[in-house]
Design a protein around this ligand. Structure first.
Ligand code: GRF
Length: 198
C-alpha cells in the first residue's frame, strides 16, 4: 500500500477528490495533508475525512525559502510518504526540496502544458483566442510546471467565457483526471492519461 502526502494552499478541492478515491482496492492511501497556510479551508476537510494534517505558515519565514522548506519537510518526512501530490499548492519549491521527491512527486496545473506555465492560465488562454483549454498532471522537476506529463484533460473554450467560467469547467475535469492519474501512478503505470471533454 503506497502512502500519499498531499500539499495544498487553499480549499483543497483536488485533495478531497484524491483522498476520497484512495479506498477499497486502490493501491494507495492518504497519510497526511499539509499546507503553507494555517487557514487553508482544505485542512478542515482533510481532518473530517480522518487524514492527519499540518500547516507551516510561509509568512513566518519571510524571504527564507530554505528555512520554510526545512519546516515543511519535518512533518512531511515523518509521515514517510511514498508519493507526494501537490494539489492547489501555490508556493514555488527549490530544487533541493524537489530532488528529495523527484520521480514520485506530482502536480496538477490548470493549463494544457507546455502552454501557459505559471499563473493566470485561463485568462491567458482566452486572450490568446484558444478554442481548447484544460489541466495537466505532471511529475515535478526543478523547472516550474515542466516535468513529464502523466495526464491531461481538455475542455472547450466557449464564446463568452471569462477566466472564472473556464476555470470552473476545467476544475470539473481536474477532479476526474488527478485521481485516475494517481491510481495509475501508484500501481506503477506512467502511461499518460488523456481525457477529452472538448
Ligand atoms: C486549481 O485550478 C488547480 O489546478 C490549481 O489550484 C486550483 C485550486 O485547486 N493548482 P484546489 O481547489 O485547492 O484543489
Amino acid at each position: 500500500m503506497k502512502k500519499v502526502a498531499i500539499l495544498i494552499s487553499g480549499g483543497g478541492s483536488n485533495m478531497v477528490k484524491l483522498v476520497q478515491a484512495m479506498t477499497g482496492d486502490h493501491p494507495a492511501r492518504a497519510v497526511i495533508v499539509g499546507s503553507n497556510d494555517p487557514a487553508a479551508g482544505g485542512l478542515a476537510k482533510a481532518a473530517e475525512m480522518g487524514v492527519a494534517t499540518f500547516a507551516v505558515d510561509h509568512r513566518a519565514y519571510k524571504g527564507d525559502r530554505a528555512a520554510f522548506e526545512a519546516a515543511l519537510l519535518q512533518p512531511l518526512l515523518a509521515a514517510e510518504p511514498d508519493i507526494l501530490c501537490l494539489a492547489g499548492f501555490m508556493r514555488i519549491l527549490t530544487p533541493d526540496f524537489v530532488q528529495r521527491f523527484q520521480g514520485r512527486m506530482l502536480n496538477i496545473h490548470p493549463s494544457l502544458l507546455p502552454k501557459y506555465p505559471g499563473l493566470h492560465t485561463h485568462q491567458r488562454a482566452i486572450e490568446a483566442g484558444d478554442t481548447e483549454a484544460g489541466a495537466t498532471v505532471h511529475l515535478v522537476t526543478p523547472e516550474l510546471d515542466a516535468g513529464p506529463m502523466l495526464g491531461q484533460a481538455r475542455v472547450p473554450v466557449l464564446p463568452g467565457d471569462d477566466a472564472d467560467t473556464l476555470a470552473a469547467r476545467v476544475l470539473v475535469q481536474e477532479h476526474l483526471l488527478y485521481p485516475q492519474v494517481l491510481r495509475r501512478f501508484a500501481s506503477g503505470d506512467q502511461t499518460p492519461l488523456i481525457l477529452n471533454a472538448a
